[in-house]
Design a protein around this ligand. Structure first.
Ligand SMILES: Nc1ncnc2c1ncn2[C@@H]1O[C@H](COP(=O)(O)OP(=O)(O)OP(=O)(O)O)[C@@H](O)[C@H]1O
Ligand SMILES: [Mg+2]
Length: 215
């Protein structure tokens, strides 16, 4: 149980640090096809999330991810705040604890996150959004579970699939969100939301891998 309590905050710390380190890059991806604020929005959000979680007594995964969701919704704004907020809210109910069959729970959490993003934003794959990183991560993680992969491998495969999905947004024409206003001119740019989605999944994979090798 104390391990579970620690992993939530370790995940949030790593996400905050990775988003903070990539704020300028995420803004740069958002500039040609958006309003240049995606990195700043998420940096503000995850910095607020970390502060809240550091000061809350309940460090269970359910509580940590619920606070993450609520804080992202109230501090990020724009498109990404409610979308990531909904994703983390679904994760908080899908993965209240990390007991028992971890890989299956992790794949279920990713699946729940995708369900939340799609319920909220109505985007499917190929529309040049975060769904293009998240959906392949979900598909690959569920396949990895069926093949008997452990939690670390499930998350590493998910992160690799998310990165490939992120790169695949470059030739896409955006049909959702602010970038869709550009029509054909959105082609040739990597989607900022797909980029942050990959960074977040990679951060989680790194924390879980490091935790499993150091203990
Ligand atoms: N309907 C949607 N479904 C999934 N993802 C979406 C959707 N609309 C936008 N996005 C994602 O949100 C990202 C942009 O997030 P950002 O934080 O910059 O919000 P924004 O569009 O600038 O919001 P605002 O219009 O309020 O400034 C996009 O790169 C895309 O991945
Ligand atoms: Mg923006």
């Amino acid at each position: 149980m104390s391990d579970n309590e620690q992993i939530g905050i370790r995940i949030v710390r790593r996400i905050q640090s990775v988003i903070h380190a990539n704020t300028a890059e995420l803004n740069a991806f958002d500039r040609p096809i958006g309003d240049g604020d995606h990195g700043t929005n998420l940096d503000r959000g995850f910095t607020a999330v970390l502060a809240k979680i550091e000061s809350q007594s309940d460090q269970s995964l359910a509580a940590v991810f619920k606070t993450t969701a609520m804080t992202l919704i109230s501090t990020v704004g724009g498109a990404a705040g409610p979308l990531y907020g909904t994703a983390f809210l679904r994760i908080s109910t899908a993965i209240p604890e990390l007991d028992g069959d971890h890989p299956r729970q992790v794949a279920a959490a990713l699946t729940a996150a995708l369900g939340g993003v799609q319920a909220r934003g109505k985007a499917t794959t190929g529309e040049k959004t975060m769904v293009d990183a998240l959906a392949p991560a979900v598909e690959v993680s569920n396949a990895a579970v069926e093949e008997g992969a452990d939690t670390v491998l499930v998350l590493e495969r998910a992160a690799t699939a998310a990165r490939t999905g992120m790169e695949a947004t470059i030739p896409m024409r955006a049909t959702k969100g602010r970038a869709s206003y550009l029509g054909e001119r959105s082609i040739g740019h990597q989607d900022p939301g797909a980029t942050s989605c990959y960074l977040i999944i990679q951060a989680v994979a790194d924390v879980v891998r490091d935790g499993s090798t150091s203990t």
